[in-house]
Design a protein around this ligand. Sequence first.
Ligand code: SF4
Length: 459
Amino acid sequence: MLSVFDIFKIGIGPSSSHTVGPMRIALRFLNEAASAGVLEKAARVAVDLHGSLALTGLGHGTDKAVMLGLMGYAPDKTDPDEADAAVGDVREQKRLRLHGGREIAFDPAKDIDFRTDIIPELHSNEMALRLLDADGAPLFEQTYYSIGGGFISTAEQLKTTSEGSFKAHHPHARMNRFSSADELMAICREKNLQVHDVILGNEDALRPRVETERMLDGIWAAMRDCIERGLRTEGRLPGGLNVKRRAPALYRKLSDVPLANEREQLFDWLNVYAMAVNEENAAGGRVVTAPTNGAAGIIPAVLKHYCAQDEVDIGHIRIFLLTAAGIGMLYKQRASISGAEMGCQGEVGVACSMAAGALAAVWGGEPTQVEHAAEIGMEHNLGLTCDPVGGLVQIPCIERNAIGAVKAVNAARLALRASDEHKVSLDQVIEAMRQTGMDMSRKYKETSEGGLAVNVVEC
Ligand code: SF4
């Protein structure tokens, strides 16, 4: 089984697959080289990025992430300002101190190669690293994959998973295991539990309850801080598209006229919170994968609006996060949450589905209504492509999170107003998403080779 904290992870923007994953890969590579006893002899490290990592890696900050990982920065402990300064030093001095090793010459322009000509077979986000000695002889090499949501894998790990997708393993006899929504519903029915009870019970098998609650509250605190930074920070986003941050001005407008049209303001609040998170993400700020960085705004926006608007309701926040994570696990286990594999339906679509189910739970929905809400949240995102302009996680990503948050609320309402019966199950819609993702042209899977990316002129 996956844990809640495999789904929600604190990291830095702008991308879980192209920033957080490569950072973790670089760090893991050096740790493995150290275990193999060759790190001390290293005089050079060469990193090749293939597939989507090569095609959109520059816009997604992959080169920066690689350097940070090589220097020993872990995504959850990295201060974005400190990271910028450290990378700036490497670029200027063309030298880098390897984590656990010595200082070596390192020219990002030469030592990180964006191999756009290589389209990997196993997974689109492939990264090959080589450690060389002073004579240029190879000491250690390994190929890894960044498979969405900050998860990483070797080829062997990818090949040996039964569903062709990554699984994290937390083997424990006391866990209620499920690998489909049907199985999750059966557990709820047989044991008279809500979805969040099942997920919390599984976390109890891993650590004391009080520790899980502390970690959940930490995830919410990181989401809330991200919203607040996004609401305060003015300016333009990096990367060359010259996109202006919109959340601060919209927030001021809403705060100045709090009682202007209440119905429309529901959308405005969801929009402003989601955009605040995704503008922070686009700027390389501290973000929680939910389940990815590109889709990181939907869950915090819905959570903030419905569980922490005037007063904070920590009980509901925990129910929301546990339920959302349970739904996210189903997508991760049965399909994928990688834009490079599924298009944006695997990122924003999944986040919308998670938020819809979680909101239905907070509103008192039974497990079957939670399942229904999550199903609706995905059904109307099927086929959503990933075509970021300039390879940046900005257009359409920022607005798309705002739309996804509104859609999630509507999905929860539709499910709670519906009769018990519904024709499409969550398992069916997850399978439909998986098949659609497999059939989708690679132009629309985080390569910036189609859609908006080729129709919007960069300036
Ligand atoms: S379009 Fe969607 S999947 Fe693609 S980078 Fe943006 S948020 Fe991620």
